[in-house]
Ligand binder design. Structure first.
Ligand SMILES: C[S@@+](CC[C@H](N)C(=O)[O-])C[C@H]1O[C@@H](n2cnc3c(N)ncnc32)[C@H](O)[C@@H]1O
Length: 327
């Protein structure tokens, strides 16, 4: 079926149609910096009210679910498309329940992507059960397209030297791979089944993209990713197959004010750089290279190793990277 032209708002656009077909038509190879998406879970998502004891009176109808038998093929198709549109170094965050997790991981492994993190999102008030443990988590699968520089804004939210009252590193705690974030309740307001909370989306977008980047959600639903991305000054492309959901939600999305959330963000306190501008002595240079090699040998990624060197040598990231590149 032909897909209508996108609804365009400033530098963003929304497409009413299947995401694979829509992406083929409207997104070129390697054009997207970050994909954050929450596909249907293949667990009768159109009947999620049976799983959660909650008021469904403002939920917009029309959620398109995927039959369990089709889940693997469906997932492989959209993940392959996601890999095509990502730029080298671009990243994909997929939110998944556990029911079809193995199929989502299978599709990611089959695509030309590499795994970065497997994050567990723990939310309070899980599905109530009496004869087994309460299910209160989702998986957030962080993968990237190799071949380019991956954006990871190490101090996006907390400076490396910031500490909590117990002396713990706020930066470290924010970057652990178990995130406790509550769901948002929106009594009396239109919502999609399963909207993602803004704090989770803003965290992903702050760490993994920069202002002006193109962020994409292949499964738009109520548009929580669009709201977070445009609010943080990113460009956005979204796809939703359901006519009813698209019609009901796109007017709200078109009204999002770009950058409106930036002023509300916490400002990280960046540590002073005591040795900024000082010439490197030969012994300091040798120590830098030796420490870098040791850190990489210990299994640290390049970004993490450079961050440690910044703290140890009292220099900025750029200075360390430039020095390491010198023969
Ligand atoms: C889990 S919901 C996304 C919720 C969204 N993250 C939010 O915050 O509202 C999945 C959405 O994907 C839509 N969908 C299902 N199949 C699709 C397809 N082939 N292409 C695009 N959207 C699809 C569903 O109608 C549903 O709205």
């Amino acid at each position: 079926m032909a897909i209508a032209d996108p609804v365009r708002c400033g530098e963003s656009f929304f497409v009413n149609g299947d995401c694979v077909e829509g992406a083929r038509r409207f997104l070129g190879d390697g054009t997207v910096d970050l994909i954050v998406t929450d596909p249907p879970y293949g667990i009768d998502g159109d009947r999620l009210d049976r799983h959660y004891n909650r008021d469904e009176s403002h939920v917009v109808d029309g959620y398109v679910e995927i039959a369990a038998a089709e889940y693997a093929a469906f997932t492989r198709a959209w993940v392959a498309e996601a890999a095509r549109v990502l730029r080298p170094g671009g990243a994909l965050f997929v939110v998944s329940g556990y029911t079809h997790l193995y199929e989502v991981l299978g599709a990611l492994r089959a695509a030309p992507l590499v795994e970065v993190n497997h994050i567990v999102w723990k939310y309070p008030f899980g599905v109530w059960t009496m004869r087994k443990f309460v299910s209160s988590h989702y998986h957030v699968l962080y993968w990237a397209r190799p071949g380019g520089a991956r954006t990871f804004n190490l101090e996006a939210r907390y400076g490396l030297a910031e500490q909590n009252e117990d002396g713990g590193s706020l930066n470290y705690l924010d970057r652990e791979d178990v995130w406790t974030i509550g769901r948002e309740y929106k009594p009396g307001r239109a919502k999609n089944r399963n909207e993602l909370p803004r704090p989770l989306l803003e965290k992903v977008i702050q760490y993994a993209s920069n202002e002006g980047d193109l962020v994409c959600d292949l499964f738009l639903g109520g548009g929580s990713t669009a709201r977070a991305a445009i609010g943080l000054g990113r460009r956005f492309a979204g796809f939703e197959v359901s006519d009813a959901i698209f019609r009901a939600r796109v007017p709200e999305l078109a009204a999002i004010v770009p950058r409106e959330r930036l002023a509300a963000l916490r400002r990280p306190v960046l540590a002073p750089v005591p040795n900024r501008g000082r010439a490197w002595s030969p012994s300091e240079d040798a120590a830098l290279r030796e420490t870098y090699a040791l850190l990489r040998n210990d299994g640290l990624g390049k970004g993490e190793a450079v961050a440690r060197l910044c703290a140890e040598f009292g220099r900025g990231r750029f200075a360390i990277e430039k020095r390491l590149k010198r023969a």
